[in-house]
Design a protein around this ligand. Sequence first.
Ligand code: AKB
Length: 340
Amino acid sequence: MRKPAILITGASGEIGHGLVEHFAANSQHDVVALDLKPLEAPLGGRCTANLAGDILDQALLQRIAAEHDIHEIYHLAALLSTSAERAPAQAHQVNVGGTLNLLHLAHEHSRRSGHPVKLLFPSSIAAYGMPDRATKAKAGKVKEHEFNAPSTMYGCNKLYCEHLGRYFTLHFQQLARDRQGSGVDFRGLRFPGLISAFTMPTGGTSDYAPEMIHAAAKGAPYRCFVDEEARLPFMAMPDAITALTKLAAAPAGQLRLRTYNIGAFSVSARELHARVVAEWPKADVAFARDPARGGIVDSWPGDVDDTAARRDWGWQPAFDFERAMKEYLIPNVRAFYAKR
Ligand code: AKB
């Protein structure tokens, strides 16, 4: 009997680092990491397989499914919002084509192995499209079904993939005479902007928050591309890992949605800046709004309503803004740069 395996795509990214560490410490499953470049040591060494390759490479995906008994897929590989806006065709290929490949892999593997395959999908607040700042301010915490007209390629990709996942789980091949279902159990989360103490995001638009904190800790100047009034929901990375693993463990019968909002705290760039300066009084931050990237931030909600996640699978963030700064970000970011 082969051991059950967890496949993590985009394993070298921010969430991937946290997930690999989590599974290496807490899971008996094999961990198969896949990214364009392999995970660096020592994290790569903690995986059963540490593979370099592309989610658009069908032959590679088939080989992975043949060599490992995959029970869960954490499909993290994606081009984030700023990168996707700069290369929309490539973003569609990677974000949509890649997700479709993973859904097919999950389906084929379930058919061959006889057990369901869970596909955990990080969607995003980018799936929303707020028409203007006034509406955003008035809307407050948005629910999953509201304002679903994103204005970015990345947001369109994420929203469509949520629907693909729902289709595979509930309606796959609905016209087939001997309809058997796909065997795919898709579970999505709309993440807010994520902030890690140990890694820096690349290619996103919520990146100004981690960039400001890390720049202050390094003593580097930071030119912030949103204005002080810009507001987004954010989450500390440990809560993002908790959310993914908790949603994966939830009994299927309890899940009334296929994709859930999850919230932790909502802050404006002004509030973030004030907290950064309170910790690093010499922080050199200048606000110079880039109309395009600032406009994307304005099109995302200022906060999310995560009642459904709390009700269905007990979502509860551990870190509000103050706790995230005081207990997670400040000490870890300080220690990180002290070593360099
Ligand atoms: C991005 O900025 O693109 C991501 C996201 C909000 O999904 N961090």
